[in-house]
Design a protein around this ligand. Structure first.
Ligand SMILES: [Zn+2]
Length: 433
């Protein structure tokens, strides 16, 4: 038997710190009561409870890739509506720049901007390793040297919290020598239903093997958004399907006994916007690719390393090109939080909203349908955050916040010690009970 009292004591203590000193007198009364009960029940405490960890508290975080902030407003989404009614919904969630999958998932995991965690794009060159990171290349995916910061599962495992991941950027690499206790090599063919089954089976493990933090990832509606564009009716269908999976997951989580304090977060990494080859800037019309030592990235963001003698020529030419912005790395606007990491090259080119940029003719499907990666303040790049469980208020609509704030949120719920990160607890504290 677990005693909930020390857990409550711990949360109340922190809640007071952040919320309302006027409750102090009431707190001391509660504390006295709690201490008496704790002493009485001491022998039945688990070791985790004694060390201040909330042994019966769980966080399950699902990312639905590329779920634009307004998708749930287009069709009926009873699963997400249930969370909004009985939990928390953010007006929208702001991604980090570049608004791509790998930088954002790793910012959710670490609470850091890409400049500070090092995953500066889906593909990039790393000068200190003289190696290239590519999202489709398993040898780089599993190479811990690429990953800076400390993912939430590493923070938890270091503090004796068991974690599991059914896919997350970084979870396949032994970062700081640590992977989640249970983890999976990315396999896009595994049905979403099977991934949910596994999450449930992890929660059914005996308490000494049961993970308290589980990450789960679905690669839709991103794939459909790229293929069809965000306004296509196919998006409505996939959103309904994904919402039904969220509903199934909630139903199955609700069947666990109430002493499982299960908190479910449903979030995403970025939105999606419509693109067309008619709004395309061909770099080869302006500069010679031989003028560069390296070029990396993909629409709408190019990282460029000019040969030194061509730097000014390239810059002066690209400055005159419409529908793109060009910045030397020290000129990148501060709000992008981008350019201090040596993995960002000396010059970047970013297409304007809904415009594309690349090398050569816009052939194939790459420049049709939908894409993402633009300015993180662009409305179409905004995404979602929903959360439900004992930690969260009910029927609470939260002001927009940033993906980097999710790490301090989870740290708080699981009562972990944390290093300094870019995310701020003050941005999300009001959504908690
Ligand atoms: Zn995508």
């Amino acid at each position: 038997m677990h005693t909930p009292f020390l857990c409550i004591f711990s949360k109340q203590n922190r809640y007071l710190y952040y919320k309302d000193i006027a409750m102090l007198r009431h707190f001391y009364t509660c504390m006295l009561f709690t201490v008496i009960l704790a002493v009485v029940l001491f022998t039945s405490c688990t070791s985790r409870t004694i060390t201040g960890k909330s042994a019966d508290t769980y966080v399950i975080m699902l990312s639905i890739d590329g779920f634009r902030w307004d998708y749930a407003e287009r069709v009926e989404t009873p699963g997400l509506d249930y969370i909004a009614l009985n939990g928390v919904r953010a007006k929208h969630l702001e991604p980090v720049f570049p608004t791509k999958t790998f930088p954002n998932h790793y910012s959710i995991a670490t609470g850091l901007y890409p400049d500070n965690h090092g995953i500066v794009d889906n593909n990039f060159y790393c000068p200190e390793l003289d190696a290239t990171y590519r999202l489709g290349d398993m040898s780089s995916i599993i190479n811990a040297d690429f990953y800076g910061g400390e993912p939430i599962w590493v923070t938890a495992e270091k503090q004796d919290i068991t974690t599991a991941s059914y896919f997350w950027v970084g979870s396949e690499a032994p970062i700081k020598g640590i992977r989640p206790t249970y983890w999976k090599s990315y396999d896009v063919t595994v049905p979403f239903e099977d991934r949910i089954d596994k999450v449930i089976s992890w929660l059914e493990l005996p308490s000494d093997k049961r993970p308290q933090l589980i990450t789960l990832y679905f690669n839709e509606p991103d794939r459909s958004g790229h293929n069809y564009g965000p306004e296509h009716p196919a998006i409505d269908s996939i959103v309904k399907y994904l919402d039904s999976l969220v509903g199934d997951l909630i139903n199955r989580l609700n069947k666990f006994p109430s002493q499982y304090n299960i908190n479910l977060i449903v979030t995403s990494d970025h939105g999606m916007t419509e693109i067309t080859p008619e709004r395309y800037v061909d770099m080869t019309g302006y500069v010679d690719r031989n003028w560069f030592e390296r070029t990396h990235g993909g629409n709408p963001l190019l990282n460029l390393q000019p040969k030194e003698e061509y730097t000014d020529t390239i810059y002066n030419i690209l400055k005159t090109v419409e529908n793109i912005s060009v910045w030397k790395r020290d000129e990148i606007p501060a709000r992008f939080n981008y350019g201090n990491n040596p993995r960002v090259m000396d010059m970047i080119v970013l297409a304007d909203s809904t415009w594309s940029v690349g090398w050569g003719e816009p052939t194939g499907s790459y420049y049709t349908g939908g894409s993402h990666g633009w300015d993180s303040e662009m409305k179409d790049m905004q995404t979602i955050f929903y959360a439900i469980g004992p930690a969260f208020k009910e029927n609470h609509v939260h002001p927009p916040f940033n993906v980097v704030d999710i790490y301090p949120l989870i740290v708080y719920i699981l009562d972990l010690e944390v290093a300094e990160v870019n995310g701020k607890l003050e941005n999300i504290i009001d959504m908690l009970k």
